[in-house]
Design a protein around this ligand. Structure first.
Ligand code: FAD
Length: 624
């Protein structure tokens, strides 16, 4: 096909306007790059293919980190959320997580508006069918209608679209998502170029008509009051909130599911792709847990201006007649109408071990992959990668070193390190258990960990950065004040001492020592320390956490310090593993396959022993 060369040359071309693509394009344009965002359907920008919600366990951490670095996701959900909740409030601060239901259409429309109004960003509808190469460097993209866009860097964020195949029972058809065209051609070209292209699958429940749900028989679940925002820049959430409803499957539902399995694409072997272990379909849950006589579902509104409800946890690829029967067997849903059928989708992904930690591919220079194309699942995982790919493409254009976050600095660092070091054979989602330094990587301190990076690359403006610096200074000053202020037995409130069994103390404790006690909170301290009340809530929260968990935090910081040397030692890209004596054949094969960037990464590859890492370290040192 003869292509028409487009007149403008771009610094960064982003393919796909899902959650990864939006963050990538915004980051690149905001960092001063002439950016093009190409996507199959401009009406499906930042569309939530599955659950109309942002955040949740570990995912909330990612959103806060994206926000701290200057990304858009947190602000977008704050502006369009319809129910906000903090999860795990009774547990420690490391695992507390924010989650919000989104008004799906409002979320999409607001993100489109932000993109349209971004300087240096062109938004165009078009399907990319191939990449343009200049030897082993990417130089642009070709689209289906015959335009060639030239660009210095290209970021692929194709989500579930490459060779997407939708299944409803034994019926299947090509699609990138229900109602959207698939992307054809791109993954074949990537395979020809040497990329390992695999097949994964995921699924989604039906969307139900709320007018046919009997809510009087279901238990409502309300959000937090007041709702807490995600973004460090959002003052408060002003829009009114909507409830969700809790319902349960039952033994009859499970019988219906079992009766339909012979027509399930999963159980009859039609689907080849590997599904998400942590987000199983209802048929998977029924088969895996035969003793359970019910499974919970939350009926979540898809927005304010629609009657559609999303029954979370009830994804299925069973045929449509079985879908009707199974949903209608649930109490409160006896008359329910399906507005959109549930389905499963298979799609192509590219093995992420073929990426550097900057998300640039190892095979093709200036080509970056981000989001579900890397084998992940989830909007937040996608957005986090998109942001980092956008930042690093822009840094490449500027001729600067990439920004790579460490495992002790961010969940984003853990996510990318896991992907590029270990690869994935099943949809990867983030969990707090994946992070070894959980106590350092809390939602509440995401700004303290990452705002500096965001400002340094140019994504956090001076006003936001100024507010952050003020907060950081207030925290430090307050901790010093608490350390220096002592409870004077003569003047202290004797009731306070008695309440906390402190009357017999020889030495007057400092306020910091008092706050360290598990039974004394900041609010309690205010009884004897009126100055504490004057501080903003975010500063008080931070001081309290830092003081109470100081011992644990210090221990984790020591561990980080010990591992720093390994993380900082880069393995030259031209190292010849075959020529290093002392490495076993297995270790050599692993190193050749994974090609780690640092000794730290090498140490996390299964089968690469500490002794092998030691040998590698010596070999690198010997090269000088
Ligand atoms: P997407 O959001 O898929 O966006 C990709 C974008 O790229 C689209 O805008 C598309 O039009 C565009 N595009 C693709 N190819 C081209 C091309 N060649 N040229 C131009 N544009 C292109 N996640 C969960 O966490 N839990 C779940 O249970 C879950 N279930 C899911 C069920 C289904 C049926 C689907 C479809 C997805 C599900 N997801 C789930 C995944 C979630 O939707 C994705 O993880 C997330 O949207 C990925 O973001 P992304 O930006 O990588 O890709």
């Amino acid at each position: 096909m003869a292509y028409v060369d487009y007149e403008k040359r771009y610094d960064v071309i982003v393919v796909g306007a899902g959650h990864a693509g939006c963050e990538a394009a915004l980051a690149a344009a905001r960092m001063g790059c002439e950016t093009l965002l190409l996507t199959i359907n401009l009406d499906a920008i930042a569309l939530m293919s599955c659950n109309p919600a942002i955040g949740g366990l570990a995912k909330g951490h990612l959103v806060k980190e994206i926000d701290a670095l200057g990304g858009e996701m947190g602000k977008n959900i704050d502006a369009t959320g319809i129910q906000f909740r903090i999860l795990n409030t009774r547990k420690g601060p490391a695992v507390r997580a924010s989650r919000a239901q989104a008004d799906k259409q409002q979320y999409r429309l607001r993100m489109k508006k932000i993109l349209e109004n971004q300087d240096r960003l062109d938004l165009k509808q078009g399907e990319v069918t191939g990449l343009v190469f200049d030897r082993s460097t990417v130089g642009g993209v070709d689209t289906k209608v015959g335009i060639r866009f030239r660009g210095t860097t290209v970021i692929l964020t194709t989500g579930t679209f490459m060779r997407g195949l939708i299944h409803v029972g034994l019926t299947h058809y090509a699609g990138g998502r229900a109602g959207d065209l698939p992307s054809i051609g791109l993954s074949d070209q990537l395979r020809e170029f040497g990329f390992t292209v695999g097949r994964l699958k995921t699924g989604t429940p039906a969307r139900l008509d709320g007018r046919t749900i009997d809510f009087s028989r279901l238990e409502p679940q309300y959000g937090d009051d007041p709702p807490q925002p995600f973004s460090f820049a959002t003052g408060q959430i002003n829009q009114s909130q909507l409830p969700c409803y809790i319902a349960y499957t039952n033994i009859r539902t499970h019988d219906i599911i079992r009766g339909g399995l012979d027509r399930s694409p999963l159980y009859s072997g039609v689907i080849e792709g590997v599904g998400p272990r942590y987000c199983p379909s209802i048929e998977d849950k029924v088969m895996r847990f035969p003793d359970k006589d019910r499974h919970q579902t939350f009926l979540e509104p898809e927005g304010r201006d629609t009657v559609e409800y999303y029954p979370s946890g009830l994804s299925t690829s069973l045929p449509i007649d079985v879908q009707y029967a199974l949903y209608r067997s649930i109490e409160g849903l006896e008359r329910v109408e399906i507005m959109r059928p549930a389905y499963a989708i298979e799609y192509d992904y590219v093995d992420p071990i073929q990426l550097h930690t900057s998300l640039e591919t190892k095979l093709v220079a200036n080509l970056y992959h981000a989001g579900q194309i890397n084998g992940t699942s989830g909007y937040e995982e996608a957005a986090a990668q998109g942001l980092m790919a956008g930042i690093n493409a822009a840094l490449r254009v500027r001729g600067q070193e990439p920004l790579v976050l460490g495992r002790s600095e961010a969940y984003i660092g853990v996510l990318i390190d896991d992907l590029v070091t270990l690869g994935t054979r099943e949809p990867y989602r983030m969990f707090t258990s994946r992070a070894e330094y959980r106590l350092l990587l809390r939602e509440d301190n995401a700004d303290l960990r990452l705002r500096e990076f965001g400002h340094a690359v140019g994504l956090v403006d001076d006003a936001d950065y100024g507010r952050f610096r003020e907060k950081r200074a207030q925290i430090a000053e307050e901790i010093t004040r608490l350390q220096q202020t002592r409870l004077a037995p003569s003047t202290a409130d004797s009731t306070f001492l008695a309440d906390f069994a402190l009357t017999g103390l020889q030495n007057a404790p400092s306020f910091e020592q008092l706050l360290r006690r598990p039974d004394i909170t900041y609010a309690e301290l205010e009884r004897i320390d009126p100055l504490a009340a004057a501080l903003p809530p975010a500063v008080r929260e931070q001081v309290e956490i830092q003081v109470k968990y100081q011992g644990y935090i210090e221990r984790q910081l020591e561990q980080v310090e010990r591992s720093k040397k390994l993380e900082a030692t880069r393995i030259p890209t031209d190292v010849d593993y075959q020529a290093i004596p002392g490495l076993s054949i297995e270790v050599r094969e692993k190193l050749l396959k994974f090609r780690p960037d640092t000794l730290g990464q090498a140490s996390r590859i299964q089968g690469v022993t500490p002794a092998a890492v030691g040998i590698l370290a010596l070999a690198i040192k010997a090269r000088g």
